[in-house]
Design a binder for this molecule. Structure first.
Ligand code: KG4
Ligand code: ZN
Length: 374
C-alpha cells in the first residue's frame, strides 16, 4: 500500500496527544516516519483526585488540543490551512466518554476544514500496534523495527484494562481473559495512594519495589496471587489491593522500609499472576508466533524481566514490547492503528465518509464490531 500521511489524535484518558506520521509498506512491518509528535500529560492536575477526574480531563483536552496541533504541524513542516495528509485517525474508545468526545469533535472540525476523512481507532488496537515502532531496545525486547508475525497473543496492561487477546489475523481478535474487577495499573495506583504516593502510582511503586529487592534478597512477606489457579485466563486485582490494606492496618506503620516491602510484595504478586496466565495462554495456543505486552504497565521493569524469562519455555516465541515513550498513552500508536485499519479496509477512506456519525464509546471492546461504520 502506498505511503499514508496521518494526523493522529488521542484523548481517551489524561494524556492529550497529537502526532503526524508517514507510514508505508507491509502492515505487519510498516516503514514509519514520525514527522511530529506532541503530548501533554494531565497527571499532575489529577493528583489531588487520586485518579483521573473526567470533567477536568475534558476541559484540559479542549484547552490543549489546538496548541498541540500547531506544534505537531510545525515539527512536520506543515501549515494549518492545508497540511499534506491523507486522513485523520482519532481514538473513539474505550476510555472516558467526555474525554473521548473532545478528540472526536476536534477531528470532525479538522475533517470539515481540510476535507479529509476520519478513521476511528480503538485505543487498545493502538496499544497492540505500539510495538511496531521501535528505535530503542529494552531487556525484554531487543528487536528493532519488528515484524508482527501472527497468530499472536497480546497481554494488554493499563490503567483501565488487563486482558489477554488472541490476534488470529489483523483485525480478528478474541479476548480470552480479562480482569473481573480492577485493572492492574489501577491496582498500582490504589496501592500507591494507600502508601501516600501520588497518581500515577505505577512508576513510584515500581521504584520502591526495585529498591527493596536490591536491599534484601528475600521478601519480608507475601501477598496472595488472585485467581492463579482459576483454570482460565481471567484476572482479579481487587482482592490483592484489599490484602495490602489489611497488612497496612495490622502493622500500623508507614516507614520507608515497610513501604518498600509492601510495594515489593504487591508487585511480586501482581506481576506473577500476569506472567503465569500469559504462559498458560501460550501453552493453550501452541501456534502463537508473537507475544505482545503493551499498555502503561508494560513500562514496568519487573514485568519486563519476568516476561523475558518466558523465552526459556517458548524458545521460538517472538516477544515484543513498546519502547518506553510508547508504553503509556500517545498518538503515534493511534496513527499506526489507523494505518492498519486503512490497509485492511481501504474503502473507509472514501470521501463520502467524513466521520459525522462517529460517536465515543467508553466501553468499546476489541472483539466487538465497530457498528457505526457498518
Ligand atoms: O496505557 P496508560 O498510559 O493509560 C491507560 O490507557 O490506562 O496506562 C496508565 C497506567 C497507570 O495506571 C500507571 O500507574 C501505569 O500504567 N504505569 C505503570 C508503570 N508506568 C505506568 N505501572 C507499573 N509500573 C510502571 N513502570
Ligand atoms: Zn492506554
Amino acid at each position: 500500500m502506498a505511503g499514508m500521511r496521518i494526523l493522529a489524535i488521542e484523548t481517551s484518558c489524561d494524556e492529550t496527544a497529537v502526532a503526524m506520521l508517514e507510514i508505508s509498506g507491509d502492515p505487519l512491518k510498516p516503514s514509519i516516519r514520525v514527522l511530529g509528535n506532541t503530548l501533554l500529560s494531565q497527571a499532575k492536575l489529577h493528583e489531588a483526585f487520586g485518579g483521573v477526574y473526567p470533567n477536568l480531563a475534558k476541559r484540559e483536552h479542549q484547552k490543549n488540543l489546538p496548541p498541540l496541533l500547531l506544534a505537531t504541524l510545525k515539527q512536520a513542516g506543515e501549515d494549518l490551512e492545508s497540511p499534506e495528509i491523507d486522513f485523520i485517525a482519532v481514538t473513539h474508545g474505550p476510555g472516558l466518554e467526555p474525554a473521548l468526545w473532545t478528540g472526536i469533535t476536534f477531528a470532525q472540525e479538522l475533517s470539515e476544514k481540510w476535507q479529509k476523512p476520519i478513521i476511528p481507532v480503538n485505543h487498545m488496537e493502538g496499544h497492540i500496534f505500539s510495538v511496531l515502532y521501535r528505535t530503542e531496545t529494552n531487556p525484554a525486547s531487543e528487536i528493532l523495527n519488528p515484524k508482527l508475525t501472527l497468530p499472536a497473543i497480546a497481554l494488554l496492561v493499563s490503567g483501565g484494562h488487563t486482558e489477554l487477546v488472541l490476534i488470529k489475523a489483523l483485525g480478528e481478535y478474541e479476548i480470552i481473559g480479562r480482569t473481573k474487577d480492577d485493572a492492574v495499573g489501577e491496582a498500582y495506583d490504589k496501592v500507591a495512594r494507600m502508601l501516600g504516593l501520588t497518581y500515577p502510582g505505577g512508576p513510584k511503586i515500581s521504584a520502591l519495589a526495585e529498591n527493596a529487592r536490591t536491599k534484601n534478597r528475600e521478601a519480608a512477606f507475601k501477598f496472595p496471587r488472585p485467581m492463579i489457579g482459576s483454570g482460565n485466563f481471567d484476572f482479579s486485582y481487587s482482592g490483592l489491593k484489599t490484602a495490602v490494606l489489611y497488612k497496612l492496618r495490622s502493622e500500623n506503620r508507614l516507614d520507608e522500609e515497610f513501604k518498600g516491602e509492601i510495594a515489593r510484595a504487591f508487585e511480586d504478586a501482581a506481576i506473577d499472576v500476569l506472567v503465569k496466565k500469559t504462559s498458560a495462554a501460550l501453552r493453550s495456543n501452541p501456534h502463537t508466533e508473537t507475544l505482545i505486552v503493551a499498555g502503561g504497565v508494560s513500562a514496568n521493569k519487573h514485568l519486563q524481566s519476568e516476561i523475558s524469562k518466558l523465552a526459556g519455555e517458548f524458545p521460538e516465541l517472538k516477544i515484543l514490547l513498546p519502547q518506553k515513550d510508547l508504553a503509556t498513552d500517545n498518538a503515534v500508536m493511534i496513527g499506526l492503528a489507523g494505518f492498519i485499519e486503512v490497509s485492511l479496509h481501504p474503502e473507509k477512506l472514501s470521501t463520502a465518509y467524513r466521520g459525522k456519525a462517529l460517536v465515543a464509546d467508553g466501553n468499546l471492546s476489541l472483539d466487538k464490531e465497530e457498528k457505526e461504520l457498518a
